[in-house]
Design a protein around this ligand. Structure first.
Ligand code: ADP
Ligand code: MG
Ligand code: ZN
Length: 594
């Protein structure tokens, strides 16, 4: 019954099914409405805000999963005003706290913060307010470090608890507790003790991270197994999702990128996400030299420089921020019209968060990801040490190479977003649904070619391993030369299709990445995977082919003019070698959490 009333809440066994949480006859209901209008100057609650407020004011633990910009802050700021005592809010970034404090101040709400930059006097003042029943301080923001490292502060909290003034702990960006999430913070782990030390407090956790593994992990860490779970839909109907094949030469790519920005997003705000710091500074320079107002942003720049660029972007003096993932949490520009991924993110989760920075104002905005085979392996050498690093990486690879499925459905499936999958009409807001040729995408059986990939690996001497590029090169040229003698592989795979075949085999464990450390970098080889022995039993193996694909035309051309085909082939091989060189001098990606 609850499901019918609130299609966007999903709590499984943990939701208290006996209560309808959007009721307006709680003892605080009128007060809440009044505060919404008079203090926060807002007209109506957004989806799940009222429900969350009712749960937390009922002193029940609650987890709220809502996309960025959905309005999570109000879910704890408003109850803080209604309840007696002080609400403690844990937040991961000082800049996030300062933004919220500034806003609360403008609404005449008494809130404050304690963090590593607080002066001694300030700390003393806050400590006394924590214990003072007459104090008007309603919300106190702290960093997780403060809790984990300051015994004095924990001691004050204990006293505040004993005095009945500490009833609610809010954990903003609660996914930071979990190592499965996209920005794990070790000090968040400390929050696990809070329920033990303060058994009567209620906890309210908020995040935009919706993956089931993170949710389960957070419940365990915070010891809130019976919490009410609210999950809003993650569909961003105004975002157009698109994948483009990335040209192999840097020059060619930059020209395409600059033309795209000038033609489609002239004078508009956007972000270009790059893999490394080096890449982001280079791309910023290249875009500037093509007449685009671009600025660079990454974690090695000093704080002042970074905030200057950020501010110029906010004021539209800089149109395009070319950044690493350091440009992330807390970025809130309503009219950001596009997010372009220079190379793929390290997971679909990261991609969703990054692309989600476009179109906060609800107007149409674009997410464009440039995909190329080599980038997968640049990323894998960075993420393979993480617990589920490769699994996460393959989730975004699948998003990039699956041509049969609506992009929205692919994202929804990843987030287990059943609401969105059911009524989530894409409205032609992704390249798959908009492209009228999409229904011409066919599955082709590349079983023979897949076997050939394995035989290439088998025939490689055991002391000589193959990189992904080398493997793709050998497979492609092998297929072409066999076809010259007889039409042995009638699929006539082109270069991209060979690459997609290798990626699909990786994702299905027919192949496996094998990492080796050199004193300078990590090298990734491709070897036979744990399921390679089963391939022959399976007897079919599919990849997608767009029928507009040049492969058919190319193969006809090859039959007609063999010498031309050879020329093309050697050109392709040259490009491939150049890619290989670019990879060898690979620069390290951004690891620093800002
Ligand atoms: P989140 O933390 O979920 O990313 P915020 O709490 O920062 O989102 O809120 C995002 C924006 O939405 C803010 O500008 C906020 O003022 C606005 N907002 C929140 N609740 C409402 C509401 N009920 N009506 C209108 N605007 C709202
Ligand atoms: Mg927030
Ligand atoms: Zn679609």
């Amino acid at each position: 019954k609850l499901k019918d009333l609130m299609p966007s809440s999903s709590g499984g066994n943990n939701t208290d099914l006996t209560i309808d949480w959007n009721r307006t006859d709680f003892e605080w209901s009128q007060d809440a409405r009044k505060n919404l209008k008079e203090t926060f100057k807002l007209e109506n609650f957004r989806p799940l805000q009222l429900e969350t407020i009712n749960v937390t004011l009922s002193k029940i633990d609650c987890l709220v999963i809502m996309p960025t910009g959905g309005g999570k802050s109000l879910c704890f700021q408003l109850p803080a005003l209604i309840d007696t005592g002080l609400t403690l809010v844990v937040s991961p970034l000082v800049s996030l706290m300062e933004d919220q404090l500034w806003l609360l101040k403008s609404l005449n709400i008494n809130a404050d913060t304690l963090n590593s930059t607080s002066s001694k006097d300030h700390v003393t003042k806050i400590h006394s307010q924590m214990l003072d029943n007459k104090s008007s301080l309603k919300i106190l923001y702290v960093t997780p470090e403060k809790l984990a490292k300051s015994k004095i502060f924990m001691n004050k909290l204990q006293k505040m608890y004993e005095a009945g003034r500490f009833k609610r702990l809010v954990v903003d960006e609660v996914h930071c507790c979990s190592t499965y999430g996209h920005d794990f913070r070790p000090d968040y782990k400390f929050l696990g003790v809070m329920k033990q030390v303060f058994p009567n407090i209620c906890i309210l956790g908020l995040t935009a991270t919706a993956t089931q593994s993170v949710i389960d992990d957070v419940k365990k860490i915070l010891s809130i197994p019976k919490c009410v779970l609210f999950k809003a839909s993650f569909n961003r109907p105004n975002l157009f999702y698109e994948i483009k094949q990335k040209p192999s030469s840097h020059e060619e790519f930059i020209n395409e990128l600059a033309t795209l920005i000038k033609k489609k997003f002239s004078q508009q705000s956007g972000i270009v996400y790059c893999f490394s710091q080096k890449e982001s500074s280079q791309v910023a320079i290249d875009l500037c030299s093509r007449g685009i107002k671009a600025g660079c942003y990454h974690a090695s720049m000093d704080a002042l420089e970074r905030s200057k660029v950020h501010e110029k972007w906010l004021k539209n003096q800089v149109h395009v921020i070319v950044a690493t993932i350091a440009f992330g949490m807390g970025i809130d520009k309503q009219d950001c019209r596009f997010v372009i991924h220079h190379s793929l993110s390290k997971s679909l989760e990261n991609f969703y968060q990054e692309s989600g920075r476009a179109g906060r104002d609800g107007k149409t905005a674009h997410s464009i990801l440039f995909f190329r085979f080599a980038d997968v392996f640049r990323q894998s050498t960075m993420v393979f040490t993480e617990q589920t690093g490769l699994e996460n990486l393959y989730s975004i690879v699948n998003y990039c190479i699956d041509k049969k499925t609506c992009k929205r459905i692919l994202i929804a499936k990843h987030f287990n977003d059943d609401v969105w999958e059911k009524n989530g009409d894409c409205n032609q807001m992704c390249d798959h649904c908009k492209d009228t040729n999409s229904n011409q995408i066919e599955k082709i059986d590349v079983f023979e070619e897949a076997c050939f990939v394995l035989s290439v690996l088998e025939n490689t001497k055991s002391d000589k391993k193959l990189t992904s590029n080398k493997l793709a090169e050998l497979v492609y040229s092998g297929i072409v030369s066999k076809n010259k003698k007889s039409n042995y592989y009638p699929n006539n795979l082109n270069q991209t299709e060979v690459e997609n075949l290798i990626l699909t085999m990786l994702m299905n464990s027919y192949l496996k990445e094998d990492f080796h450390f050199t004193p300078y970098n990590t090298i990734c080889y491709v070897v036979a995977g744990p399921l390679s022995k089963h391939l022959r039993n399976d007897s079919c193996f599919y990849i997608d082919r767009t029928s507009s694909h040049s492969s058919k035309a190319a193969s006809i051309e090859k039959l007609a003019k063999p010498e031309l085909a050879e020329k093309n082939e050697s050109k392709e091989l040259k490009t491939r070698k150049r890619n290989l060189d670019m990879n060898a001098s690979s620069d390290s990606c951004e690891l620093i959490f800002d």
